[in-house]
Design a protein around this ligand. Sequence first.
Ligand code: GRF
Length: 206
Amino acid sequence: MMYKIAIFVSGRGSNLKAIIDSIADSKRKIKVVAVISDKIDCPAFEIAKSNGIKTYSVSTIERDGYISYLSLLEILQNIETELIVLAGFLKKIPDILIEAFTDRIINIHPALLPSFGGKGMFGINVHKAVFQKSAQLSGATVHFVDKIYDNGKIIAQESVDISDVYSAEEIAKRVLKVEHSLLKKVIKKFSEKKVIEKNNRIYILN
Ligand code: GRF
């Protein structure tokens, strides 16, 4: 039985590509059933289409080429989506989706939450803040998505040494590598039902 995931993308799609490649390499029982963006077209959509994956542009405002979140919800349910993965999606996920997919929406954040998270903390803004604080470690966090930005329970983190960097861009490059490896690992664990909650904490089983 395939484990079906839908991926919400930022535009660039490097996390999407890393997931698709990891699924292809190891013939995992995971299938990307949809790629969603708030943009009408973006490099990430090209990656999806070249892998035969359906793409959807979603908007809170009815416009040509976009579907509503309600329509998207119906589609995701009809194609039996089991996990929603946000990979740089910059819009807030509406409550209807969060309520329909409770504990089944995860986000990859390019810093070690709860530090350097929250509204406006995305992309290079995160790494600039990390750089300016002279943080010596950064990394990536995969967490559950709830109704507050970057607030859901943390599932996994991976740190990276940035004591020798001279720019925010260098941090971004090192963290992106860690994002790709961490996100792939966590999705696989979800597909194997090895992500559990106990006493209010999340555990990933071996
Ligand atoms: C990543 O840095 C991710 O942490 C952040 O948005 C970016 C997505 O990059 N949430 P890409 O589109 O997957 O390359």
